[in-house]
Design a protein around this ligand. Structure first.
Ligand code: EPZ
Length: 422
C-alpha cells in the first residue's frame, strides 16, 4: 500500500495554527551534540521524518537519546563508531552535518556521500575543501568521504554561500586548535542559532549573524551545552501564510518569529495582502485583488528558495504575469508541470518561471517531488475545483509536523488515504 493526500476544495480557511520548531535549526544542533560527552537537552524539536532520520544515524554511531513531546535529551559520550552509512545518509542529505563534528572530536570518520536529490546535484565540495584547509586529509572511496586529521584553525572563504557548509565548519572549528575565520558565511537564522548555542557551550564566536565568523576552538575539552529551545520554523510559518493567501482568507499563525520572515512578508504585501503582527503572532488579511509578483531566490535575508514553490502556487491566482527566478538550485521547478496539470499556465525559460494568472484550477492526480514542491501542491489543491490527490506524500512529512491536523484546524478538508501500489 502507499499513501496519498486526498484534498477537497476548501475555498475559505479560518482560525490559527501554532508553528513548530525549525527542522533546519534542529538538524545542525542535533549534529553538534557530537561535540559534547554530556547530556544535551533541547525543546521545541519538531517531530518530523528528517529529525528522526538524524537521530537514527546518531544512535547507529552509538549515541543514546530520548525524544518525546518535542523534547530531546541526547548523550553522544557512548559513540563507538564513526561511519555514517549510505543506507541512512541516502534518505537525508543533511546527514553530511555529522562530518565536521565527528572529525573534530574523533580525528577520523567515514561519511557516505549524500548523492544528489530531486532539486539538484547538491555537491559537498565546499565542505570538503574547507576541512582540507583546516588540515584534514580527505579521500573519496566507494561513495564514502574518508576524513582524517587533527583540525587546526584556518582562514576559509566560501566561493558560494552554503548553509550546511557554514554549519559544518563552525562545528569543526569549535574543537580545532586555534582560530578559524569563515568569509562569505551563511547568515540564515538557523546558522545564527547554531552559533549562539555553541557560544553558550563555551566556544568563542564573533560576527554571529554576519557573513564573517571568527571561531576560537577549545581543543582542550569537549563542550557542555546548557538547555535550549529550537527557533520557530520560518518556512513552515511562511507556508501557512501562503495557505491564507491562496484562499484569500484571514488566518493567524502563532509562535512565529516575524523578524526571520521579512522578505516573505514583504513579497506577500506586494501581492496585495496585509498583516496584523503582535509579538509572535502574525495574522494575514485578505487582498482586495491578488497582484502579480517578481521573485529572485537569494540567500538570507533575501527571498528564500524554500518558499519559491509556495509563492508560485499563489501567483496562479494573481491578476497578471508573475516571474520567479530560482538562483540557488538547478532543478527546483518540478512543481511546475504538476501545477499545470491542475490548470495553471506556467512557462519555464532556464532559471525563470513565468506564471500567467489568474487561472481556474481543477482537481487532479499530482506527484510530489520534494519537500517544498509538495506543499505548493497542497496549497493549490485547496482552491482547485473538485478533488486533488497528491501522491508520494512522504516528502511532506519530512519537514512539516502534524501537517494534516494543522490544515484541518484551519478548516481545510483533506485526508490521508492508502491505495495499492500500481
Ligand atoms: C540548506 O541546504 C537547507 N537544508 C535547504 O533546505 C535550503 O534549501 C538550502 O540550505 C538553501 O537555503 C538544511 O539546512 C538542512 P546550500 P544546503 O549548501 O545547505 C551549492 C529544505 O527544504 N553548493 O546552502 O544543502 C548548492 O548546490 C531544504 O528544508 C555547492 O556547490 O544548501 C546550492 O546550489 C531543501 N557546493 C547552493 O550551493 C557545496 O559544497 C546552496 O546550497 C555546497 C553547496
Amino acid at each position: 500500500m502507499y499513501k496519498y493526500l486526498h484534498i477537497y476544495e476548501s475555498p475559505k480557511l479560518s482560525g490559527s495554527v501554532t508553528i513548530s520548531g525549525a527542522k533546519n535549526a534542529a538538524l545542525p544542533l542535533i549534529a553538534s551534540t557530537i561535540l559534547s560527552d554530556n547530556d544535551v537537552e533541547m525543546t521545541n524539536v519538531p517531530n518530523v521524518a528528517d529529525v528522526k532520520t538524524l537521530l537514527k544515524l546518531l544512535s547507529n554511531l552509538g549515541a543514546r537519546y530520548e525524544f518525546d513531546n518535542n523534547k530531546l535529551k541526547i548523550n553522544t559520550s557512548s559513540i563507538n563508531n564513526t561511519t555514517a552509512v549510505y543506507e541512512i545518509v541516502k534518505t537525508m542529505r543533511a546527514s553530511i552535518l555529522v562530518l565536521g563534528p565527528l572529525l573534530a572530536r574523533f580525528g577520523e570518520c567515514k561519511v557516505s556521500l549524500p548523492g544528489g536529490c530531486a532539486i539538484g546535484a547538491r555537491p559537498v565540495d565546499l565542505h570538503l575543501k574547507a576541512l582540507e584547509t583546516m588540515g584534514a586529509d580527505i579521500k573519496i572511496q566507494g561513495g564514502y568521504i574518508h576524513a582524517k586529521g587533527k583540525l587546526k584553525g584556518a582562514d576559509i572563504v566560501f566561493d558560494k554561500i552554503t548553509v550546511t557548509g557554514t554549519e559544518n565548519i563552525v562545528m569543526a572549528a569549535a574543537l580545532a586548535e586555534g582560530e578559524t575565520k569563515i568569509i562569505n558565511a551563511a547568515k540564515e537564522p538557523e546558522v545564527v542559532q547554531l552559533c549562539e548555542v555553541l557560544k553558550s557551550a563555551g566556544v568563542e564566536i564573533k560576527g554571529i549573524g554576519s557573513d564573517e565568523l571568527i571561531i576560537k576552538g577549545t581543543s582542550k575539552e569537549l563542550l557542555k551545552f546548557p538547555p535550549f529551545s529550537i527557533i520557530p520554523d520560518r518556512i513552515e510559518a511562511g507556508t501557512y501564510l501562503c495557505a491564507g493567501a491562496i484562499t484569500n482568507s484571514k488566518i493567524t499563525i502563532k509562535n512565529a518569529e516575524p523578524e526571520h520572515m521579512e522578505s516573505i512578508l514583504l513579497k506577500l504585501k506586494t501581492m496585495g495582502f496585509s498583516f496584523e503582527i503582535k509579538e509572535k503572532e502574525i495574522t494575514i488579511l485578505p487582498a482586495k485583488k491578488i497582484t502579480p509578483v517578481n521573485i529572485s531566490t537569494t540567500e538570507y535575508p533575501g527571498f528564500p528558495t524554500d518558499m519559491q514553490a509556495q509563492f508560485m502556487a499563489i501567483a496562479t491566482q494573481a491578476q497578471g504575469v508573475s516571474t520567479l527566478e530560482e538562483r540557488l538550485f538547478e532543478n527546483r521547478f518540478m512543481h511546475v508541470p504538476e501545477l499545470n496539470r491542475l490548470g495553471a499556465n506556467i512557462k519555464i525559460q532556464g532559471k525563470i518561471a513565468t506564471v500567467y494568472g489568474p487561472t481556474k484550477l481543477y482537481g487532479a492526480d499530482v506527484m510530489a517531488t520534494d519537500l517544498r514542491a509538495s506543499s505548493a501542491l497542497v496549497l493549490a489543491g485547496l482552491i482547485a475545483k473538485g478533488e486533488t490527490k497528491v501522491h508520494r506524500i512522504y516528502h511532506l512529512f519530512r519537514g512539516y509536523e502534524n501537517l494534516l491536523d494543522k490544515f484541518k484546524s484551519l478548516g481545510a478538508k483533506m485526508e490521508l488515504k492508502e491505495e495499492p501500489l500500481p
